[in-house]
Design a protein around this ligand. Structure first.
Ligand code: GLY
Ligand code: MN
Length: 463
């Protein structure tokens, strides 16, 4: 945990954003995997972590805005629990670490909420996303679970987004440590990417690095020679020369700050001419987008800059044609780059996504597009100092999408469909870095992970 003053300060800031009522944070519970006592690894709720820091199940935090008091509710373990779990810190000692003096068993939470409802006070809560929490909240508040979503507190959601989006030096240091572990995960994966190796051998090795150095992976490892499927979690293919291996993987620490990095390498360690051609297009889009990062720039503009660079690069290769700027404006690049440029990163890999993507990533100035491709951009509004964003352009040849577009002759003035046909066996390439927005620009976080053709070919020479 950070020192208690960090959590005290965060709650103070939250209080200054809200006027009255009770703010309720339900921590996460253990979730059964295949029977009640066999649970998934425990993962605390990110908001609970942010404001209270405690990493145990079955806790609730309350901030009483009118009384100016904070509470932790939870039950101390009994002798039966101790037999199985060992001695656990008392709730009051845990709460002290978060700078909270008021503690009570969970029945006290029921009483506090019942009284607050009886007095007609506003209960602020953020959108729940787990079944267990939805049921707990529904019981506590007496609101049918299907109605919880519409009863969430928009002032609370906006305040949480405002606070959590800006990372302080302590948080950046934690994210950066996780990028450094990702360095080891990715360079290990690169060295293992030899013909005959099965994807799961590499996926297991890099997940093991995360587990042995920090916490778990921050999302299920994406690792495939079929990188044209954007989130490919199937790890059963055998690597063959001529394919590119996409590895999209990061990890999180015990405070839950995460990294999210993608690299794509040629199986066997040497780019052929076709692979190098597409790789340089994606690398240029990644570097150009990163250089454009600075406060005040709408992220959607940077996304479109990357899209235009991709259109230019693919035009130079003869895959696209016409004016690349016009092609990108009309969305022709989305046949090859259908997803968004990136997303905020922090306590969640897609930071704050549970609050609602549009509240996090859009505002009155930048409204989310409904166009294919741009609609997948999770974040479009202006960047601010201390945001941490991923920058992750890609180029993919998705045979099924190519067939659909070709059948419609879609945007044929910008696409050489005959040449595209010859790339249907290519797969995909994505290159992703984690970038801090600084006062005058950007800083790519962590120890640089091999990214140029020369750097990748060099590291892949080694076992
Ligand atoms: N790293 C997976 C994603 O950003 O969706
Ligand atoms: Mn990502």
């Amino acid at each position: 945990m950070f020192p208690s003053k960090v959590y005290i300060e965060r709650r103070k800031k939250l209080r200054s954003e809200l006027s009255e009522g009770v703010v309720l944070f339900l921590g996460n519970q253990e979730v059964p995997f295949n029977y009640p006592a066999n649970t998934y690894s425990f993962r605390q709720d990110s908001d609970f972590s942010y404001f209270f820091g405690l990493d145990h199940p079955d806790l609730a935090g309350v901030i009483d805005l009118n009384e100016g008091k904070d509470y932790i509710f939870g039950n101390d373990v009994d002798i039966e629990d101790i037999i199985w779990m060992g001695v656990q810190p008392l709730i009051k000692d845990q709460a002290a670490k978060a700078g909270v003096e008021q503690t009570a068993p969970l029945t006290g939470l029921n009483d506090l909420i019942k009284n607050a409802i009886g007095e007609g006070r506003k209960i602020h809560f953020a959108p729940p996303y787990r079944g267990e929490t939805i049921l707990w909240l529904s019981d506590l508040l007496g609101i049918p679970h299907l109605e919880l979503k519409e009863k969430t507190s928009e002032p609370l959601i906006k305040a949480i987004i405002k606070l959590r989006m800006k990372k302080d030096v302590l948080e950046v240091a934690e994210i950066e440590k996780m990028v450094d572990v990702a360095w080891q995960m990715h360079t290990t994966g690169m060295k293992m990417a030899k013909p005959g190796v099965v994807e799961r051998e590499i996926a297991g090795a890099i997940e093991g690095i995360a587990l042995s150095q920090c916490g778990p992976v921050s999302f299920p490892v994406i690792l495939s020679i079929n990188g044209q499927t954007l989130h490919n979690h199937h790890h059963g293919n055998t690597l063959v020369e001529g394919r590119m291996l996409v590895i999209d993987a990061g990890c999180e620490n015990d405070l839950h700050y995460s990294s999210d990095i993608t690299r794509t390498v040629p199986v066997g360690g040497k780019f052929n001419a076709r692979q190098k051609g597409i790789y340089e297009v994606v690398l240029n889009a990644n570097l150009t987008a990163i250089k454009a990062v600075k406060p005040g720039v709408p992220f959607r503009e940077i996304h479109m800059l990357a899209a235009t660079e991709i259109a230019k690069g693919l035009t130079n290769l003869g895959i696209m044609k016409g004016d690349p700027t016009e092609a990108a404006l009309k969305g022709a690049h989305t046949l090859f780059f259908p997803h968004g440029l990136g997303h905020p990163l922090g306590l969640d890999v897609h930071d704050l996504e549970g609050m609602g993507e549009n509240l996090v990533g859009y505002d009155e100035e930048v409204i989310r597009s409904t166009e294919f491709g741009l609609a997948f951009l999770r974040f479009g509004r202006k960047l601010q100092e201390d945001f941490v964003m991923t920058i992750e352009p890609g180029v993919y040849f998705i045979p099924e999408l190519i067939d659909v577009w070709k059948a419609e002759n879609k945007l044929a003035e910008f696409i050489n469909y005959d040449i595209v046909e010859t790339y249907k066996d290519f797969g995909g390439i994505r290159i992703e870095d984690d970038v801090l927005v600084t006062a005058d620009g950007y800083r790519v976080l962590g120890k640089p992970i091999p990214k140029t053709v020369a750097e990748i070919e060099e590291i892949m020479k080694y076992d």
